[in-house]
Design a protein around this ligand. Structure first.
Ligand SMILES: Cc1cc2nc3c(=O)[nH]c(=O)nc-3n(C[C@H](O)[C@H](O)[C@H](O)COP(=O)(O)OP(=O)(O)OC[C@H]3O[C@@H](n4cnc5c(N)ncnc54)[C@H](O)[C@@H]3O)c2cc1C
Length: 508
């Protein structure tokens, strides 16, 4: 055996799993194809004459760094390996720029947010409060229980007897989506569209397809634990987890691309790397997407029936067109908010390059850009089909045209933006596919139809014995805190399957 457990991929899902296992004294080896940890929560550095930029490749609105309750899973995952990160609290989660001048800001202070939104819809004030209060009821149930593997019966029984009301409360919401709850309290079509956007901006689907449990987590925790940006950039999270894993005796290897999960008599027993090297372990955990795990690492011909059924329930969401900009600080002199969501026409909410996301991390942490510069990371959903089959000239031209279009749209909010840009790098779905190893560069699975809330989301075990999945293709879905949950649950399940049962040395 080369390790007790091999984790394929050093995304946050894979790293949290490995950190939990290493903290529990289990010999774990992480194999990452790229050169640094973090995956979609990674970073890249650029030196320019004015100084140094550190760009976040993806995530920047970070949940899970709270200090209270049980849902602060990034804080807990780091603590498990004796690590801690300095974070900067974000006073406003999102500044919206929506049709008909609907521009509310989601303040960290809950009452202030409700008051601000209600000013746009005074006749719906009570409904707005009642609707978001219902999200808090979901969150309070979640935040009262220890979050581990829902596939482990002894844990479920224990948690149920410790907290029957919270568990029954959550069970009630399991099959529920946001849309039906929103329509119970809210009438205005524009307000219901706003709720669609409140879902879309993290779930990339509208309210009717967004599970209420996920929404409860997101809409309450932004006011409870809050949104907190890691000092020095999001890449610090992956770095700290890796440091912690190593400290606890685990290993992380970079430039180690797994091409195959080896299966003998129906059981996963090891992996083969692109170099041909074979490594054996008792348990294999894949942090690649489910489509890449079953289809690439397990050949298409051997995909279990459960995965075929899953593919009918969930489809890949689009990827993104991303612009990483360095701009002169003056152009944002009046700006105080880090995250913005922009849409000019409700019809375009879910369309190709419709909704625009903007993150300006240097509002909170100026150290990641040269003096006198801000970073703007702006991205908009885009599907790989629009970028396939282009020759290098056409590809470069499309990149330039689409980037210009995005900058023109943002210039309506920040006049003079185009002229203030001193650095620009453009990423497309092809970039996301190449660097993150994600099929089509997808952001993750989205329901193919109207889901039964969270009931159809797959857990960590797969139909192949000894093979587990972790990350955003598993319960509860996309987002760093969500994949941290998936990692904690996966490690718990694997530890139990390794025979480490009561008194699991895994701290959460
Ligand atoms: C543009 C963008 C913005 C986002 N914004 C936010 C945000 O603001 N807040 C938030 O919480 N979330 C955000 N997200 C989502 C969040 O980043 C992801 O849900 C999360 O990081 C996914 O983590 P993961 O561990 O599941 O997978 P990944 O991050 O995809 O990591 C998987 C890792 O596995 C490696 N790998 C894959 N295949 C192999 C192989 N065969 N061999 C070896 N290694 C392999 C990859 O290189 C990668 O490092 C954003 C995502 C994107 C793309």
């Amino acid at each position: 055996m080369d390790a007790e457990v091999i984790v394929i991929g050093a995304g946050i899902g894979g790293l949290v799993t490995a950190a939990q296992l290493a903290a529990g004294g289990i010999d774990v080896l992480v194999l990452e194809k790229y050169l640094i940890p973090g995956g979609s929560a990674g970073y890249f550095d650029r030196e320019v004459p004015e100084g140094h930029y550190r760009f976040d490749v993806g995530a920047s609105m970070i949940y899970g760094f709270g200090t209270e309750g049980t849902t602060n899973l990034l804080t807990r995952a780091l603590e498990a390996v004796d690590e801690h990160l300095e974070t900067i609290p974000d006073p406003v989660q999102i500044s919206y720029h929506l049709p008909k001048g609907l521009n509310p800001r989601v303040h960290r202070d809950y009452k202030r947010f409700i008051e601000e939104l209600s000013r746009y819809f005074p006749e719906e004030k009570e409904g707005i409060r009642a609707f978001y209060d219902e999200a808090w009821r979901v969150f309070n149930c979640l935040n009262a229980i220890e979050l581990k593997s829902l596939e482990e019966i002894r844990y479920l029984t224990r948690v149920f007897f410790q907290n029957p009301l919270a568990c029954l409360g959550l069970a009630r919401y399991l099959p529920v989506n946001v849309g039906s709850v929103a329509r119970k309290y809210l009438k205005s079509p524009d307000l219901l569209k706003f709720i669609d956007m409140e879902c879309y901006c993290w779930s990339v689907v509208t309210a009717d397809q967004t599970p209420m449990i996920n929404a409860g987590m997101v809409w309450a925790d932004r006011h409870y634990g809050g949104i907190n940006y890691p000092q020095g950039g999001v890449g610090r999270i992956g770095e700290a987890l890796t440091r912690g894993i190593t400290k606890k005796g685990g290993r992380v290897r970079y430039g180690a691309r797994v091409t195959q999960v080896l299966v003998e008599r129906g059981r996963a027993v090891g992996v083969r790397l692109a170099t041909g090297e074979v490594l054996k372990a008792k348990k294999i955990i894949s942090n690649a997407t489910r489509w890449d795990t079953f289809g690439q690492l397990i050949p298409e011909a051997n995909i279990p029936a459960t995965e075929i059924r899953w593919r009918k329930r969930y489809e890949p969401s689009p990827s993104f067109l991303s612009l990483h900009l360095g701009v002169k600080r003056e152009v944002l002199a009046q700006e105080v908010d880090m995250h913005h969501v922009v849409l000019e026409d409700w019809q375009r909410l879910t369309e190709e390059q419709g909704t625009i996301f903007v993150s300006i991390p240097t509002i909170l942490d100026p150290t990641i850009a040269p003096p006198g510069r801000h970073i703007i990371h702006t991205f908009t959903p885009s599907s790989i089909e629009h970028w396939q089959g282009l020759n290098p000239t056409d590809y470069a031209q499309k990149k330039a045209q689409d980037a210009q279009c995005l900058i023109e749209r943002l210039s309506k909010i920040w006049p003079g933006l185009a002229e203030a840009i001193t650095f620009m790098e453009v990423g497309t779905p092809r970039t996301h596919r190449r660097f993150l190893g994600r099929m089509g560069g997808t952001y993750g699975p989205i329901p193919a139809g109207i889901p039964l809330g969270l009931l159809g989301a797959p857990f960590n075990r797969t139909a192949i014995k000894g093979l587990y999945c972790v990350g955003d293709s598993t319960f509860p879905g996309q987002g760093l805190n969500a994949v941290a949950f998936s990692g904690i649950a996966c490690a718990h399940r694997v530890a139990v399957d390794l025979g480490i049962t009561s008194g699991i040395p895994i701290r959460i």
